[in-house]
Design a protein around this ligand. Sequence first.
Ligand code: AMP
Length: 506
Amino acid sequence: MDILSKLKHYAQTQPQSIAMKTDTQTITYQELDMASDSLSVFLEKRCGKNKYPIAVYGHKSPFMLIAMVACVKSGRGYCPIDISVPNNRTQMILKQLDSPIILATENLNCDFKEIISLNQMKKIIETTEPISITENWVKGEDVFYIIFTSGSTGQPKGVEITVNCLNNFLHWSLGLGTAPQEKSKKVFLNQAPFSFDLSVMDIYTSLAAGGTLWSLTKTVQSDYKLLLTSLKESKIAIWVSTPSFVDICLTDKSFNSDLMPNLELFLFCGETLTNATAEKLQQRFPCAKIMNTYGPTESTVAMTEILITPEVNARENPLPVGMPKKGTTIEIRKPDGSLANEGEKGEIVIIGDTVSCGYYKQAEISQKVFFTPNHNQNQIRGYHTGDKGYLKNGNLYYCGRIDLQIKLHGYRIEIEDIENNISKIADVANAIVIPNVKNGAVKSLTAFIVYKKTIEDSFLISQKIKEELREFLPEYMIPKKIVFLDSMPLTDNAKANRQVLGGLSS
Ligand code: AMP
């Protein structure tokens, strides 16, 4: 059964179960199903033959979920955009998408498209009969969602995930760590904003299991007391987050099995899970399983898995990211394109049934990284991840990047995306951004800038540059430190010497 059929099934068999809960709002399966049916009827009428994906703007809430489900029920993919994305970047995404309309559950300024506001959505839902037109639903190779990630050109790029990709992913994620039936009706943690693909792991695995999505909003996550109270109240059984987020929680001693006695499984993805984090979790939650998974947005969240038992944690350092799921193979390719031997490092290439069909309207960039394997089996695609790794005894080990992409506190960032945006600021002649790494993880960013004018007060100009950047980049992409240089140090072939600057940044 695909995800939309499952939703309908739960709306009929457990109508009053809570599908999603935040600190202020809840929605049952029946309410979600009926409201999304009504809104999808409106979308079909309003957008007619235009099958372009629809932007859904807002922050984790039942209405954002209703809007997303309504889009796919009307036969259109959706693109979630969180309120934390600055307005200029949001506009860039909206222009690229060219949605017929925008469903905005929060205030949004956009003068080139019609916006359906939260109040309008409520009115539509109240006044439109909830008819379920299953023939309209997205299916097969239709796009289910588009998630934008940082792009090296300074423009975000939209990863298209099809219905098949999502269903194949869910088939696997439901069985991660515990059997699918053991996940039935359980509470799942939602930490990531809906515009990050990690959220797909909790939103749709939870909905596919008839579970409750316990969503931690920005307000709750920014107040430690509220966060702990929410976790205590939650009855969370399946924890889905980046390791960075659990590290924040672990700084409080009360984060243990007394706080969350129902916790059965930690699911991690998105960045390196360290032995130290796994060990602390094993001590504080002795009955919970820990699962490390790996994958990029381009292959639908994740596609490798390994259970981190105390034995694995004692034996392996660094921890592996595990074995690929059924339907996916991993190849390690050397720079000349040949296959690496066991234990030999190279680029991680993913071939499987969850690989995206490409970047939205970006054929040129897509061609560089996506490919159709020779055997050309239906719906099997390949993707060059740009990640470095090696295989040993069937397990994949992740060893960083072959390019300038980084992860900072779980966020994926193309360094050139920041550099391009700094270079656009008036009086900036040249800019290079260097990640500051401690114990193998990026802790912050330093920007080295050659400024065209004489600098009298570097603090003031740094603040001004950061302020301007905030109009285009989310907060996590703003360099913490700015260093002004008279000229950029160069390598022998006249490129900015990142190595020298790396030494200056610590
Ligand atoms: P995103 O598209 O935001 O999910 O980021 C994908 C990138 O995060 C991958 O290409 C890796 O570089 C990194 N990543 C994902 N999972 C892991 C993991 N388990 N361990 C280390 N890095 C990871």
